[in-house]
Design a protein around this ligand. Structure first.
Ligand code: ATP
Length: 300
């Protein structure tokens, strides 16, 4: 079967509501417009009318706010391949030379396909998580560091603006610390679109709560007294990932009601009717707290 081209149109069956992303409508459509819209042109046409694709974007903001989620979902929407993920700290832990080799390999598939298929090549998304980790070291090579960060950044730069420019690659850098990112990486032609993904506001939190309790609700496991509106109000400064943590904590309290005779392993038979109640969420709120950040509401 032939894979869809890099410039192929958006999958018609895809709807934003189905993507499981809460409260990032604006960010999603901005990222789409700036980094992906040019990719929906049919093969060859973009080049014909002189459209240049953006080859790199930087998503920044607190941890657990959905940066990876957005990147993956946009890729899916465009029928791109499963993104390949590089992790900054991991790269640094590799032997000198090993990380360059790994990165070279990541780009190699895209390069090969571009050579073979030209405009028809599929879009390859490379996610570089915790990109700041390799930047911190840059310039410190001579001073006793391993210099791995330096050479990784240099390698990324050469891949992004090398002589054989690749049209079928989108590099998505992610970081919690935009200020740590090497400026050389942020120039036009490189990671040129910078998008902040911040903590969700109350409406966003309610959507995230809704998304991550959908299954429980479907299966009748969410008690009628659970108010997502109230929980959204009570979870100021929570990231999406932390909201998921809150739901896991509430679920554990619900499960606990069904433990028989105090032994952890023995669940009573009525566990099949287990329901998560508002009281479980309220207890969860006492033990799950947001780690980072100031939400927009706090800035008001
Ligand atoms: P990090 O900076 O730590 O890599 P991230 O911003 O990439 O974090 P994700 O990995 O996208 O965060 O989010 C972690 C998980 O939290 C997601 O898999 C998802 O389940 C949940 N989550 C985070 N934000 C949202 C959101 N806006 N809508 C729905 N789920 C979310």
């Amino acid at each position: 079967t032939r894979r869809p081209a890099a410039n192929s149109v958006i999958r018609p069956d895809f709807k934003f509501e189905d993507m499981g992303i809460g409260g990032l409508d604006k960010e999603f459509s901005d990222i789409f417009r700036r980094a992906f819209a040019s990719r929906v042109f049919p093969p060859g046409l973009a080049e014909k009318v002189g459209i240049q694709h953006v080859r790199g974007i930087l998503l920044f903001g607190p941890p657990g706010t959905g940066k990876t989620l957005i990147a993956r979902q946009i890729g899916k929407m465009l029928n791109a391949r499963e993104p390949k993920v590089i992790n900054g700290p991991e790269v640094l832990n590799k032997y000198v030379g090993q990380s360059e080799e790994n990165i070279r390999k990541l780009f190699a598939d895209a390069e090969k396909e571009q050579k073979e298929k030209g405009d028809e090549s599929g879009l390859h998304i490379i996610i570089f998580d915790e990109l700041d980790a390799v930047c911190k070291q840059r310039g410190s090579g001579a001073g006793g560091g391993t210099g791995v960060g330096d050479s990784v950044v240099n390698q990324l730069l050469s891949k992004l603006d090398g002589v054989d420019q690749l049209n079928n690659i989108l590099l998505i850098g992610m970081t919690n610390r935009k200020d740590m990112i090497d400026e050389a990486l942020l120039r036009p032609g490189r990671l040129e679109v910078h998008m902040e993904i911040s903590l969700p506001d109350e409406f966003g939190r309610q959507q995230i709560l809704k998304i991550h309790t959908a299954k429980a609700r479907e299966n009748g496991r969410l008690a009628a007294d659970v108010s997502l509106e109230e929980l959204a109000r009570e979870t100021r400064n929570f990231s999406g990932a932390e909201i998921q943590g809150l739901i896991r904590s509430a679920t554990s309290f619900a499960l606990q009601r069904h433990v028989k005779g105090g032994t952890v392993a023995a669940l009573s038979d009525d566990v099949v009717d287990m329901q998560i109640r508002m009281e479980d969420f309220l207890r969860a709120l006492e033990e799950v707290h947001p780690l980072f950040g100031v939400s927009e509401e706090d800035l008001d």
